[in-house]
Write a protein that binds this ligand. Structure first.
Ligand SMILES: [Zn+2]
Length: 276
């Protein structure tokens, strides 16, 4: 019996070592910020799953019939995309965006939400338009969501989930063995919404990274980064209602965030003045 117990311990230690080795091997650097992050899913796998999930989402949801608002979302999105591409080119990192197939859509929904899936699939819900108010407000949201995507925050969250909940198995194995649970993890990791009941807030670190990059992207796209502070203040005031919007559950907004945003604006303004 004792021998069996020892064996079990040995196996446990081995598995732990394997997971640790895997984690170390799969640590990659966040493009642009230099932070090390856990990333056990190959980019190609993330992109193909992203496009698949995105297509499924678009089949289940209705595009807005408001042509003016739809055109605005596409116009602002295109400007932010151009900004992101030139920022990556300046950093000598254009290869990071290969495989991207950008798309900007306005979806009919009361939910106050927006997201960008890996590969540049951006969806804005009509429910967030009263808070974004104008083009600059939209640029804040789209810049921020695109920043999460290009900084691979979703991949990082999905990797963390695979390690903590499934012992670090490959995504393909997880999908094969526990398809439903894996799909739920994906939806939560990439901010697709609460339809499945799992909401995973971005970490403070990821939020600050997305704010910093988002401000630069919007500034390069020709929008005053000061408008981001106004938007997040309007967003924070939504919290006072009965149920906070999905967007706030995944992107918490409070005094600390607004103060940090104020600190980040001067750096972003350098990119804004270049455009003038
Ligand atoms: Zn965020």
């Amino acid at each position: 019996m004792k021998r069996r117990g020892t064996m079990r311990t040995v196996v446990k230690v081995c598995v732990l070592q394997l997971v640790l080795a895997l984690m170390l091997l799969s640590c990659s650097t966040v493009p642009l910020t230099g932070r090390r992050q856990l990333n056990i899913i190959p980019d190609a796998t993330v992109l193909s799953m992203s496009f698949q999930e995105y297509d499924a989402f678009m089949k289940e949801n209705k595009l807005s019939t408001n042509t003016t608002q739809t055109a605005t979302v596409k116009r602002v999105g295109k400007k932010v995309q151009t900004a992101v591409e030139s920022y990556f080119a300046q950093q000598g990192m254009s290869a990071e965006l290969s495989g991207y197939a950008w798309e900007f859509n306005l979806v009919e929904s009361e939910d106050l939400n927006a997201w960008c899936m890996p590969g540049g699939k951006v969806v804005v819900y009509t429910g967030i338009l009263p808070v974004t108010k104008d083009e600059a407000g939209l640029a804040v949201v789209m810049g921020h969501e695109i920043a999460h995507a290009v900084a691979k925050h979703g991949n990082e969250r999905m990797s963390q989930q695979l390690v903590t909940q499934m012992g670090g198995v490959a995504l393909s194995t997880a999908l094969e063995e526990k398809p439903e649970q894996t799909k739920q993890l994906w939806t939560a990791a990439f901010g697709l919404g609460s339809q499945v009941g799992v909401l995973l807030p971005f970490s403070r670190l990821q939020e600050t990274e997305a704010d910093k990059l988002g401000l630069i992207f919007m500034a390069m796209a020709g929008y005053d980064p000061h408008k981001a502070v106004d938007f997040w203040k309007r967003m924070a005031s939504q919290q006072e209602g009965a149920a906070p919007p999905e967007f706030l559950s995944t992107h918490p907004s409070d005094e600390t965030r607004i103060q940090k945003l104020n600190e980040l604006v001067p750096e972003a303004m350098k990119y804004y003045s270049v455009q003038r």
